[in-house]
Design a protein around this ligand. Structure first.
Ligand code: PLP
Length: 363
């Protein structure tokens, strides 16, 4: 069987380094926050070419804290794509603000042409998601944000190491949120998240918010949260960060083969924007008869997955926002027809060839 994702193969390659690092954490009992987290933050900020980084407990918290650091609160509106993982919207809602969804472009990312008409006097920010590992159209989105005095935020949860016009994600807007959920391109061995910014003041504020609103123990300057990163996770992430570029390179090679060798007429391949250098967290195709394609691949012993079968604006949790089917045709088409093919750095060439062969047998 060819799995959609196999985390075990990667683990066997770094097992010794991770265990040695964990011994240090255990010896120093540096479990919640602490020096191992700081060391990872420094490395990650350098990797993303940003001034600073903060390590937190989940990507969802990273989005929430990013919103809080920009002062977003009740009555405010934030524009985001309907085609994303739901957590992009949670961060807005947790602050008491309202998510305002927009449709996606041909690259499955937030369509800059759909944004401007949604701006009101309450709009405070635009969140561009670099979905599936492909940077969104940052220049156009930033220009709209600048024109209207809005913040531009990156949801880079799927795009560690991706580049836009040569520049890493994480430093392309006012602030960026990352997830280190185990299956992400840079994944912890448990939950994890991070925030990067070129603005050190925002990161300092987040470091206080994640730590009960406190800089000095038992003195709480504002309503805070317990959202620190674990020392054990920071060690895993710091080890993995050294290999991230090589792993992303391998993902790009697999994607290049899928893009050139899959040629079944019923399978529509993803498009890459000329300004984007994606890291292929996911390889998402669209197929009119999706169920038949999934069954065909399963018959060939190949796992597939769906990202994402229900667009955010049609989730029950957001029924109160009043969106109806038909609101965002491209996002809804994608939700109904997307299929993600196996994609992880440790796939063998034989497995890649088998996926291509099976896909090309689909009629
Ligand atoms: C994974 C993900 C998140 C949430 O991250 P968690 O670490 O799972 O909380 C947010 N946005 C996107 C686009 C994601 O893929």
């Amino acid at each position: 069987m060819i799995p959609f994702l196999d985390l075990h193969r990667q683990y066997t390659g770094i097992e010794k380094e991770v265990k040695a690092g964990w011994e240090d954490v255990l010896a120093q009992t540096a479990f919640a926050g602490g020096p191992f987290v700081t060391a990872f933050e420094n490395d990650f900020a350098r990797y993303c070419d940003t001034k600073a980084a903060s390590g937190v407990n989940t990507g969802t918290s990273a989005l929430h804290l990013a919103m809080l650091s920009l002062g977003i609160g009740p009555g405010d509106e934030v524009i985001l794509p309907a085609n994303t993982f739901i957590a992009t919207a949670w961060g807005i809602s947790y602050c008491g603000a309202t998510p305002v969804f927009a449709d996606c472009d041909d690259f499955y990312n937030l369509d800059p042409g759909a944004v401007e008409s949604l701006i009101t006097t309450r709009t405070k920010a635009i969140i561009g998601v670099h979905l599936y590992g492909q940077p969104c159209r940052v220049d156009e989105l930033r220009a709209i944000a600048r024109k209207h005095g809005l913040h531009f935020v990156e949801d880079a949860a799927q795009a560690h190491g991706a580049r836009y016009k040569g520049q890493r994600t994480g430093g392309l807007g006012d602030i960026a949120a990352f997830s280190f959920y185990p299956g992400k391109n840079l994944g912890a061995y448990g939950e994890g998240g991070g925030i990067t910014s070129q603005r050190e003041d925002l990161i300092q504020h987040i470091n206080r918010l994640r730590n009960h609103g406190s800089e000095q123990r038992y003195h709480h300057d504002e309503l805070g949260y317990n959202m620190r990163m674990d020392g054990l996770q920071a060690v895993v992430l710091r080890v993995k960060l050294k290999y991230l570029d090589a792993w992303n390179h391998r993902r790009k090679a697999i994607a290049a083969r899928y893009l050139t060798e899959i040629n079944a007429p019923g399978i529509k391949l993803p498009k890459v924007h000329p300004d984007a250098d994606p890291v292929w967290h996911l390889f998402v195709v669209t197929v009119d008869d999706r169920d038949a394609f999934i069954a065909h691949m399963k018959d060939q012993d190949i796992q597939t997955a769906l990202h994402y079968p229900v667009p955010c604006h049609l989730q029950k949790a957001y029924a109160s926002l009043g969106y109806a089917p038909g609101a965002f045709p491209k996002s809804e088409y994608l939700a109904a027809h997307c299929v993600s093919l196996p994609m992880f750095a440790e796939m063998t060439d034989d497995e890649v060839a088998a996926v291509i062969r099976a896909a090309n047998q689909f009629t």
